[in-house]
Design a protein around this ligand. Structure first.
Ligand SMILES: Nc1ncnc2c1ncn2[C@@H]1O[C@H](COP(=O)(O)OP(=O)(O)OP(=O)(O)O)[C@@H](O)[C@H]1O
Length: 527
């Protein structure tokens, strides 16, 4: 990208090469002018790469930039040519406008240096007035330097503001960003975050935030610091703080639209963060995007398969992309297809795979190259119970081998089976975080008592329970079966005692006691 303006500089120098530039003093002027030009133009290209982070788009922007530069050069040439034909006032007006375009400023500056040299030589002979190399009036280059400096300053401000959105640590850009967002009419993300009241936050979420603040990127496999994502005015992810280590399987739960997929997209750099930082394996996902992609295995929610390629071809393709040595590719394909139990479908086009087998192939693709971080977006959706159980075992093995596995799922059973920790998101915010048991203990407001009884004894059962287990309430009632909610203040032993007594009196046929399920925790948190 940088070659475009550098090319223009070389071209322009070549065009203007003359004995004027063999003089050291003139050469210093040229260098100063070029520095000012770079100061103005380079951040424009940086902004293009920031805004269009997708390489093809960035390439497209560069091409457009190159074409526009060509057009600009042509226009500049025209203006420079017709300028001597214009009246002084008109020429000054044209100059005053055009000088705000960096390419024009550079070209007219170079021309001024040349004219300056000629004028000085003349004045040395004829003792006439010579305005000086850096004067505001032509042929001094003061005006050119000034406009280039101002353009550069403004564009650098924009660039620093953009960078600041991705890195709050940069103090200078932080100040500029604040200044910049005050100028804008829309409230900045900073402002929105100030409105976020920590008093409303769950203590575990605050604890996680504290850990994240105190940690460096070297301490954890995945470190998300104060991550926000905005779609226009809508904030999909708010102040997300997570510190995930090796040997961890972490689940991100939440109802539809809670922000799980957005979080995943940010983790995989498919989407830029609006503010905050994400470090994976000690690397910043914005600045070291290429390196980060080597340490992440990603299984997307929508199957990302080329339907015409067979499973074997798909795995081979991704092995090549992951730079697996050629002689190891067949071994990798065989190992992964065996582990994920789809070996017999290896030579079938993936478009003909069942939903479950597609998920297996996607997971296998994510595992190619043994990446230390695995991101699995609903990995078991569409799988039969047997295949699901098998994939759970594979995920567990990966975790035990030291991987950091992050999954999103709607299956709470999956969370219970796999996760060392989980978090529940509601409207883009973390509402709770911890191990399954911790959350159950925290949110458990008692336990459930299922009672089976002869239909005609309904009233007796209700009376027995309400008299002996005060505070209990009916949660659900069916014919011959009631589900009671028992408050945690009643010891479990009391419940067993009362139920055994009811059984002896033949008021009930059978009963069971259950601890609060993860489903209840989920319902309570998302309510
Ligand atoms: N490209 C987009 N433009 C605007 N809003 C979006 C965009 N993508 C997602 N959203 C909104 O952001 C919010 C979070 O969406 P996201 O897909 O991350 O949720 P989710 O938790 O993954 O949901 P699900 O469980 O249904 O997959 C939703 O309100 C959604 O409408």
């Amino acid at each position: 990208m940088y070659l475009v303006p550098l090319g223009i500089e070389v071209l322009t120098l070549f065009c203007y090469q003359d004995e004027a530039f063999s003089n050291l003093e003139q050469l210093v002027q040229v260098i100063i002018l070029l520095i000012a030009y770079n100061w103005a133009v380079m951040p424009i290209i940086n902004i293009a790469t920031y805004v269009f982070s997708i390489p093809t788009l960035a390439f497209l922007v560069t091409s457009i930039f190159a074409v526009m530069t060509g057009c600009a050069m042509f226009l500049i040439h025209l203006v420079l040519e017709i300028r001597p034909l214009l009246l002084n006032d008109e020429a000054d007006a044209v100059e005053a406008v055009m000088v705000w375009f960096p390419h024009y400023s550079l070209c007219s500056g170079l021309r001024n240096i040349y004219a300056n040299f000629a004028q000085r030589q003349l004045c040395e002979k004829q003792k006439c007035y010579y305005s000086g190399n850096y004067s505001w009036e032509r042929p001094g280059i003061g005006r050119n330097l000034f406009t280039l400096f101002i353009i550069g300053f403004v564009i650098n401000m924009v660039l620093l503001s953009l960078e600041n959105v991705n890195d709050k640590k940069r103090k200078l850009s932080s100040i500029l960003y604040k200044y910049w967002s005050h100028l804008g009419s829309k409230p900045g993300v900073e402002h929105e975050m100030k409105q976020h009241n920590p008093a409303d936050e769950d203590d575990d979420v605050l604890q996680e935030k504290y850990i994240v603040e105190k940690s460096t990127k070297l301490d954890y496999c995945v470190l998300m610091k104060n991550v926000n994502k905005k779609y226009g005015n809508f904030t999909a992810v708010k102040s997300l703080n997570l510190a995930l280590g090796a040997h961890e399987c972490f689940a991100l739960l939440g109802s539809n639209g809670a922000g799980k997929t957005t979080t995943f997209k940010m983790l995989t750099s498919k989407m830029d963060v609006t503010s905050g930082t994400i470090d994976i394996c000690s690397m910043d996902i914005v600045r070291q995007q290429n390196k980060v992609s080597r340490v992440i295995g990603y299984c997307p929610q929508q199957d990302a398969l080329l339907e015409k390629l067979t499973g074997r071809e798909t795995l081979k393709l991704f092995c090549i992309l992951r730079a697996i040595p050629k002689d190891e590719i067949n071994l990798v394909i065989s190992q992964l297809s065996t582990r994920l139990v789809f070996r017999k479908f290896l030579d079938v086009p993936s478009g003909k795979y069942s939903g479950g087998n597609k998920r297996k192939l996607n997971t296998a693709v994510a595992m190619i190259g043994d990446p230390p971080v695995l991101l699995l977006d609903e990995p078991t959706s569409g799988m039969d119970p047997d295949a699901r159980m098998h994939l759970w075992n594979v995920i567990k093995e990966e975790r035990e081998r030291g991987k950091c596995v992050i999954i999103t799922t709607h299956s709470l059973e999956e969370c219970e089976a796999l996760c060392t920790r989980l978090a529940i998101m509601v409207e883009g915010e973390l509402r709770c975080i911890g191990s399954v048991q911790h959350l159950k203990n925290k949110y458990a407001s008692g336990y459930k008592l299922h009672v089976k009884f002869p239909t005609k004894l309904l009233e007796n059962v209700k009376l027995h329970v309400s008299a002996n287990l005060p505070g209990s309430s009916i949660h659900e009632e069916f014919k011959g079966m009631i589900l009671f909610h028992i408050p945690s203040s009643i010891p479990c032993s009391n419940v067993f005692y009362m139920m055994e007594e009811a059984k002896l009196k033949s008021i009930i046929e059978d009963y069971s006691i259950q601890q609060t399920s993860l489903e209840q925790v989920f319902t309570q948190v998302t309510k």
